[in-house]
Design a protein around this ligand. Structure first.
Ligand code: HPA
Length: 247
């Protein structure tokens, strides 16, 4: 049976409607994942759910043990991995509540454990990252969203920032000049690590706010939370269709 791993971000720390079958504590050479892996069934496919910020939403973006999370997901032999996360919208059409499936990444993070290929190497290894996401899964996510009747933005460049603070308006200007369409804090090194272990990984970005300097006034957590909830109800509709496509 197809195994779909879902790494949930803010707004998705637990999956309602998941029929949980077991919780699995996975020990990894890199330490503890953000939480035990939650196994369950959702619309006929096997889901392995991992809340990226921990079950109680306590781990900030720069403290997440990305290597342990991805190693654990490889260990349970997931066929597909969807990274779900809220983002700020930079491009004009990236308005709160919209969903995007990015196809490119620019990485502005630093100091995170970002590779499996650094110790005890038989030889130096450079993965190809020209296309950072798994296109097969990206296409399936887009098809699922369309089947669910959702408006979906089919591409875009994800800019990964260090956090936990939000960006300045000028940082967002610079990111836009660089070509970024959305900004988030957790998309890297998750995508790299998945590629290093040969996992089929794609990102589902839920726009929670206009990025700094793009909306009216400061960005408030209340705004982020209410838009996030709106976006997450769409994510459930998308996942129901995705189960049918992958299953
Ligand atoms: N910036 C970075 N990460 C985010 C944002 C943002 O504006 N919104 C949600 N996650």
């Amino acid at each position: 049976m197809t195994k779909l791993a879902i790494i949930g971000g803010s707004g998705l720390t637990r999956m309602e409607s998941l029929e949980i079958t077991r919780r699995e504590v996975v020990s990894t050479p890199y330490g503890e994942p953000s939480s035990p892996l939650i196994h369950g069934m959702f619309n006929g496919i096997e889901i392995i759910f991992l809340p990226r910020h921990g079950a109680g939403h306590t781990i900030p973006p720069h403290k997440i043990n990305y290597r342990a999370n991805i190693w654990a997901i490889k260990h349970i032999e997931a066929d597909y991995v969807v990274g779900m996360a809220t983002v700020g919208g930079i491009r004009d059409d990236m308005t709160p509540g919209s969903i995007a499936i990015p196809d490119q990444i620019i990485d502005y993070t630093w100091g995170r454990g970002h590779t499996f290929f650094e110790n005890d190497l038989a030889q130096v290894t450079h993965i190809d990252f020209t296309e950072p996401y798994c296109n097969k899964l990206r296409k399936n996510l887009i098809t699922a969203a369309e089947a669910a009747g959702l408006i979906i933005i089919k591409n875009g460049t994800y800019g990964a920032t260090q956090g936990p603070r939000l960006e300045t308006a000028m940082e967002i200007n610079r990111m836009q000049n660089d070509g970024c369409d959305v900004v988030g804090m957790t998309g890297m090194p998750e995508a790299t690590l998945a590629r290093e272990l040969g996992l089929c990984y794609a990102h589902c970005s839920v726009v929670a706010n206009r990025a700094a300097g793009r909306g009216e006034g400061p960005i408030t957590m209340d705004d982020i939370k209410s838009n996030m909830q709106n976006g997450m109800s769409k994510i459930y509709a998308l996942l129901i269709e995705l189960g049918g496509i992958l299953g």
